[in-house]
Ligand binder design. Structure first.
Ligand code: AMP
Ligand code: MG
Length: 407
């Protein structure tokens, strides 16, 4: 493909995803340490849940037949079944047992009458309400049947998943390995936060930002620092990164300015597959491969860098990690005020989303210039504006991507 070709976001993503090398290795990870890790093997339930017929309530276990024709009916109390302390003797005809939530059903019993519907009289229990077989009993396997798939290969494990695995007694899982991601910033103007700011210089925001965003994924980050706008230094750094990392993410230096060496270096040592996206912010975006590692060159503006990281890098990196693609968690909302948009490319503006009388309303956070960090300060979502649209009026329904869990 010609590197100068301009692609829409979804086309670009499709091509990048086709190019992704799936992980081939896998490793055992303790369930308790597996948050965010990607399953390399589908897990099937090793046991029934619950593992035995259990009571769903506090009350009395009985044979429903024994109280047929009632109420009321009276049975002999013959024992107790507590959670963790099953009753060993079976329930014979005419008998019942005290039972508590989660306790195993005694053999012979097929129903539980809740305690509110019973009266205890010495060693006898009077059942005041009708009881049907199966009442308040959770049969073994009612929740999960042994042998059914619990979690599929390619699933990114969340906190609930870990709890579910633990409930099934699974203490290690087979996961795809963590990947290594190298990050660097390019630009003669960049200074490390904490260092003096010389005339014409600005602080490097992107490495801190990228590191934080990447910390939510199962990757180890190598921070290669700030690299000046020098072809030699950029080449040297990228070649080193290529040896140490699976993915190299660089920011700045990917447009067509004189000092923008990154593109040339990538073309030199590897291949550049795409460097213009029909996306705002995020037009200059380089994607390719160094000798071995995958490569992303993000725009230097921190706002553009975050947006492209969320919309482009994250899905590609997730695929590299072996995760099955999931649609971004978008929702719809109504524009509270109008917004400006020039037709021609898809745009993501920063917005504040809130619920007003049960309806999602979204407001643009002021000036959307991609150099304006403040446009993110009040934002809790991105507003998607399709490329064919012009200016949008208040009241228009739009798609939004809430930041919840992403930033
Ligand atoms: P570039 O993509 O190199 O043309 O940079 C675009 C704009 O983003 C310029 O104003 C840069 O000074 C600024 N910029 C580049 N890298 C960073 C960074 N790491 N942190 C903050 N601003 C940056
Ligand atoms: Mg630059």
């Amino acid at each position: 493909m010609a590197v100068s070709q301009r692609l829409d976001l979804d086309q670009a993503l499709q091509r990048m995803l086709m190019d992704v090398v799936q992980p081939s290795a896998q490793e055992a990870v303790a369930t308790g340490d597996a948050l965010g890790r990607v399953l390399a093997k589908t897990i099937t339930a090793p046991i029934d849940l619950p593992p035995f017929d259990a009571s769903a309530m506090d009350g009395f276990a009985l044979r429903a037949d024994d109280v047929a024709g009632g109420p009321p009916r009276t049975l002999m109390l013959s024992g107790t079944s507590l959670a963790g302390h099953p009753m060993t003797a079976p329930i014979d005809a005419g008998q019942c047992a005290r039972i508590f939530t989660g306790a195993p059903m005694p053999a012979g019993a097929d129903a539980v009458a809740i305690q509110e519907d019973c009266t205890l009289e010495g060693d006898r229990v009077r059942f005041e309400q009708p009881v049907r077989s199966g009442d308040h009993v959770r049969p073994a396997g009612h929740d999960v049947r042994r042998g059914t798939p619990l979690l599929e290969r390619g699933r990114t494990l969340n906190a609930f998943d870990l709890g579910w695995l633990a409930a099934s007694g699974i203490h290690t899982v087979s996961a795809y390995p963590r990947l290594t991601v190298a990050i660097l910033s390019t630009g003669d103007e960049l200074r490390e936060p904490g260092m003096p700011l010389t005339p014409g210089a600005i602080f490097d925001a992107n490495r801190t930002l990228l590191r934080a965003l990447l910390s939510r994924l199962p990757v180890d980050v190598i921070d290669l620092g700030i690299v000046p706008d020098s072809q030699e230094r950029i080449a040297e750094t990228l070649l080193q990164a290529d040896q140490d990392a699976d993915l190299v993410i660089c920011s700045g230096g990917v447009s067509v300015g004189d000092a923008d060496w990154v593109k040339r270096v990538v073309e030199d040592v590897g291949s550049l597959q795409l460097w213009r996206l029909n996306l705002k912010p995020g037009k200059p975006l380089a994607y390719g491969r160094l000798r071995r590692a995958a490569f992303f060159g993000l725009p230097g503006n921190p706002v553009s860098a975050v947006v492209t990281l969320l919309l482009v890098v994250r899905p590609v990196l997730e695929a590299m990690l072996g995760a099955r693609p999931t649609a971004p968690p978008m929702t719809t909302a109504v524009l509270r005020t109008g917004l400006m948009h020039e037709p021609g490319r898809e745009e993501y503006q920063r917005g504040t989303l809130r619920l007003v009388d049960g309806v999602g309303e979204v407001t643009v956070t002021g000036d959307q210039s991609s150099n304006r960090l403040a446009s993110f300060a009040q934002a809790n979502c991105l507003i998607r504006i399709p490329k064919a649209y012009g200016d949008l009026e208040a009241g228009t329904r739009v798609m939004v991507l809430p930041f919840y869990g992403l930033l």
